[in-house]
Design a protein around this ligand. Structure first.
Ligand code: FEO
Ligand code: CA
Ligand code: CA
Ligand code: CA
Length: 652
C-alpha cells in the first residue's frame, strides 16, 4: 500500500482503444502538439522546412537531426522550468528515403561509392540536438531559433575519451595517436542525465557503421563489427584506400600499417560508450569509458543518497545480452547538484563520479535473488581464473576488461536477457524497472554462439549465446511480448531481489500471464519513465516498439501508464510472476502508422508530457499531432507535447 495516510494515486483518464491511423491518439480532454520535427532550423544558417527541401551537410548541421529517441529537459531558471528549458535529444539513425526524397533516394545505397556530401549530410543527421524551447501565452510550445544554446553534436563532432580506456593502446588511432580523442557519437538511442546537470547519450547500434575486412579481433566478433559494407556505406566515400581520407576511411577499421599512426583498426574501440554532454556550455562531449563498452541502450541514475556512491544502470540491447551497474568511487556531495543555467565546469563533476568506480554485470537467480558480478581484472571467473587471465590480459589491465566488456560478462556468469532496453528508477524506494523488449533467440535449451571470421567459424574466448535457455526473468521461449522487470538493491552493493513486473502479450495469447485486456494489451516494451508524484508514489510510463502481429494488427505503438503497487519485496522473497496486482495499467496514447513511440519526460509541474514519434510512415501533416494525414507527406520524426485542455496534471 502506497504512502501511509496519503490518498492513493489514481489514473483519471479513460484508456484509449487501439489505433491504426496516420495520427496520434490521446484521451478525451488532452491535446497533442508537434514540436521540433526533423529538419527544423536551429539558426539562420539553415532554411525553413519545405516538403521539397534538398539537404546539404550545412543545412543538416544547423537543423534538428533525424529519428528522435531519448531526450531530457534542463532548466535555465528554476522559477520557469516548466515553461522554458533546454531540450537535449538523441537523433538515433536515419530514413534515407525521407532524407533524399527530392533526389528520388540515396545514391549508391547498396553498392558502389557514396558521394561525399550525401555521407556528410547523413553523418550530420545523426547524433544529438540541444535546443531551447518555450511555452507561449496560449499554451503552445515553440523552439527559440538562434538561441545561443542551440547546438548539434553529430557523428563527426570531436569528442574526448575519459576513464580507464582513455590513453590506452586500445584506442590509439591515426586521428588521435595518444588515444584521447575520437570523432562523433553514433546511434544514440536512449539517454540518461546526471544529478550535476549533464545529459547522457548512449551508443547503441554503432557496430553496424564500421567494417573490418582483416585483422579481426575477439571484441570485433563479439560485438558485431561486420565485413563488407557498413550500414549506409559511409566508408565507401573515402575513395581509393591507398589515399586514405580520414573523414570517411575511419569507418573502415581494416589494418593498413601501424595502429597508432597509419590506420583506424582501433576506431570501433572509441565507440560503445556513455557520452556526457553539458547542455549549458560549448564544452566538448566526453565518452565515459568506465561504464563499459557495448551496445548501450541508455543510462539511468539510481537513488541518490548523500555520502553514498552514485549508481548508474545500463542495458545492452541485443538478444541474450546483459544488464550492468556502475558504482562510483566518489560519494555523493549535494553541493555538486546542478545549478540551472549557470556556466561552470559540470564535466569536472562527471570525471569525479563517472571516471572511477566499479562496473558490475547482473546474475538473476531463479529464486528471485540476484548478484552483481564485478568486471575487474582481479575478479574470479566461473572457472577460478582471474578475469585478466581468462581474457589473456595483463593482470592490471582494466582498459582491456572494458574493451571486452561482453566477453568479461560471459566469463563471470551473467544472465542472458531478452534484450534490455530502458530503465527507470523510483527515487523514493530506489526500485529499478527495466524493459526486456522481446527475444526470438530464446529457446528451451539454448545453444552457444558461433562467430565467423573470413567465412569460417572460429572458437572465441567469450562464449555468448546463439540462443539462450529460458530462465527466471526471461521465462518464455520465442518471446514476442517482452516484459518489464523490477529489482530492489539488497543490503550490500552486490545483491538484489527481482520480480517480473508485467508481461507484454496479446489478449488471447496462451502466455498472457498478466491478464492484459483490449485496453492495455501491448508488446515489445521499450521506453520507460518513472514519474515521481511525491509521497512515495508515482506513475510508470511504458512506451512500445512492437513488431508482434497479434498486437500490431490491433494497434500502432503506444504509451501506457501504470501506478506500481508496492510489493514490499524483502531479500529472498520469491519472484512475483505476473506482476501482482497492476490493475491500473491503462493505454494513454497511440502513435501514427509505422512509428515507434520513445523518448519521454515531464515538465516539473507535470502539466506537459514530451514524447518522441520515431520513424513514422506518413506523418505529421499539421502542428496538431492528432490530425490524420490526408494523402502522402515526407515523414518526419517529431517531438509531441501532450497537455490537458484544462492545464492540469497529466494522468491524474
Ligand atoms: Fe535503439 Fe534498443 O533501441
Ligand atoms: Ca529507436
Ligand atoms: Ca529503444
Ligand atoms: Ca526497440
Amino acid at each position: 500500500t502506497p504512502g501511509s495516510g496519503k490518498t492513493p494515486l489514481s489514473l483519471a483518464f479513460d484508456a484509449v482503444r487501439g489505433s491504426l491511423t496516420d495520427a496520434v491518439v490521446v484521451p478525451a480532454g488532452y491535446t497533442a502538439q508537434v514540436l521540433i520535427p526533423w529538419g527544423t532550423p536551429l539558426n539562420s544558417q539553415a532554411p525553413s522546412w519545405r516538403e521539397d527541401l534538398s539537404f546539404t551537410p550545412q543545412i543538416q548541421a544547423n537543423s534538428v537531426g533525424m529519428h528522435h529517441d531519448g531526450m531530457h529537459n534542463f532548466a535555465l531558471d528554476e522559477n520557469n522550468a516548466s515553461s522554458n528549458f533546454l531540450l537535449a535529444m538523441n537523433n538515433e539513425y536515419i530514413d534515407q528515403g525521407a532524407l533524399w526524397a527530392p533526389q528520388g533516394g540515396p545514391t549508391n545505397a547498396a553498392e558502389g561509392a557514396r558521394p561525399a556530401d550525401e555521407v556528410r549530410t547523413e553523418i550530420n543527421a545523426h547524433g544529438v540536438t540541444v535546443v531551447e524551447v518555450k511555452k507561449d501565452g496560449e499554451g503552445r510550445w515553440r523552439h527559440i531559433p538562434n538561441s545561443s544554446y542551440n547546438r548539434r553534436f553529430t557523428s563527426a563532432t570531436e569528442m574526448e575519451l575519459s576513464g580507464p580506456v582513455a590513453g590506452s593502446d586500445y584506442v590509439k588511432t591515426k586521428y588521435s595517436p595518444d588515444g584521447t580523442r575520437t570523432r562523433g557519437t553514433n546511434n544514440n538511442c536512449a539517454n540518461g542525465y546526471t544529478p550535476w546537470g549533464t545529459y547522457l547519450t548512449c551508443e547503441e547500434n554503432w557496430p553496424g557503421y564500421f567494417i573490418k575486412d582483416a585483422g579481426r579481433e575477439m571484441d570485433d566478433n563479439r560485438i558485431g563489427i561486420s565485413e563488407g559494407r557498413g550500414r549506409y556505406g559511409w566508408e565507401t566515400a573515402a575513395g581509393d584506400a591507398s589515399e586514405v581520407d580520414d573523414e570517411f576511411a575511419r569507418f573502415n577499421a581494416t589494418p593498413r600499417g601501424n595502429a597508432a599512426t597509419d590506420d583506424y583498426r582501433n576506431e570501433p574501440r572509441t565507440f560503445g560508450y556513455i557520452v556526457e554532454i553539458d547542455p549549458y556550455t560549448g564544452a566538448r562531449a566526453v565518452k565515459r569509458t568506465a561504464l563499459g563498452r557495448f551496445r548501450h541502450e541508455g543510462c539511468w541514475p539510481g537513488k541518490l543518497v548523500e555520502g553514498e556512491p552514485v549508481v548508474f544502470y545500463s542495458g545492452h540491447d541485443s538478444r541474450n545480452e546483459y544488464i550492468y551497474k556502475f558504482v562510483s568511487d566518489a560519494v555523493w556531495d549535494p553541493a555538486d547538484a546542478n545549478r540551472p543555467g549557470a556556466n561552470y565546469d559540470r564535466l569536472a563533476l562527471g570525471a569525479k563520479y563517472m571516471d572511477k568506480g566499479t562496473l558490475y554485470v547482473a546474475r538473476f537467480n531463479a529464486d528471485g535473488t540476484g548478484e552483481w558480478l564485478p568486471l575487474t581484472p582481479e575478479a574470479k571467473t566461473q572457472d577460478g581464473r582471474t578475469l585478466a587471465q581468462a581474457l589473456g590480459l595483463a593482470a592490471d589491465d582494466l582498459a582491456g576488461v572494458i574493451i571486452h566488456t561482453c566477453d568479461a560478462a560471459d566469463m563471470m556468469g551473467a544472465t542472458p536477457m531478452d534484450r534490455p532496453e530502458w530503465g527507470a528508477v523510483d527515487p523514493a524506494s530506489g526500485d529499478v524497472y527495466m524493459t526486456l523488449t522481446n527475444n526470438s533467440d530464446r529457446t528451451a535449451e539454448g545453444t552457444a554462439a558461433t562467430y565467423t571470421n573470413g567465412g569460417s567459424d572460429i572458437d572465441e574466448l567469450g562464449v555468448g549465446y546463439g540462443t539462450a535457455p529460458t530462465n527466471g526473468p526471461n521465462p518464455r521461449a520465442d518471446n514476442s511480448g517482452g516484459q518489464v522487470i523490477r529489482w530492489r538493491e539488497g543490503s550490500d552493493a552486490t545483491r538484489f531481489n527481482w520480480a517480473v513486473f508485467v508481461f507484454g502479450a496479446a489478449v488471447n495469447d496462451a502466455d498472457n500471464f498478466s491478464g492484459l485486456t483490449e485496453l492495455n494489451q501491448f508488446a515489445s516494451p521499450d521506453g520507460l519513465h518513472y514519474d515521481d508524484r511525491g509521497d512515495g508514489q508515482g506513475i510508470l510510463w511504458i512506451e512500445t516498439d512492437n513488431g508482434y502481429d497479434n498486437v500490431a494488427d490491433y494497434t500502432n505503438d503506444q504509451v501506457l501508464a501504470v501506478v506500481p503497487q508496492n510489493v514490499n519485496q524483502a531479500e529472498g522473497d520469491a519472484a512475483v510472476i505476473g506482476g501482482g496486482d497492476q490493475a491500473q495499467l491503462k493505454r494513454f496514447a497511440v502513435g501514427p502508422n509505422g512509428c515507434e513511440v520513445t523518448g519521454i519526460f515531464f515538465t516539473p509541474d507535470k502539466t506537459a508530457m514530451f514524447i518522441n514519434i520515431q520513424h513514422p510512415g506518413n506523418w505529421p501533416s499539421t502542428e496538431d499531432a492528432t490530425v490524420e494525414t490526408q494523402g502522402s507527406v515526407r515523414p518526419r520524426a517529431s517531438t509531441v507535447v501532450i497537455q490537458r485542455e484544462d492545464g492540469g496534471e497529466i494522468g491524474v
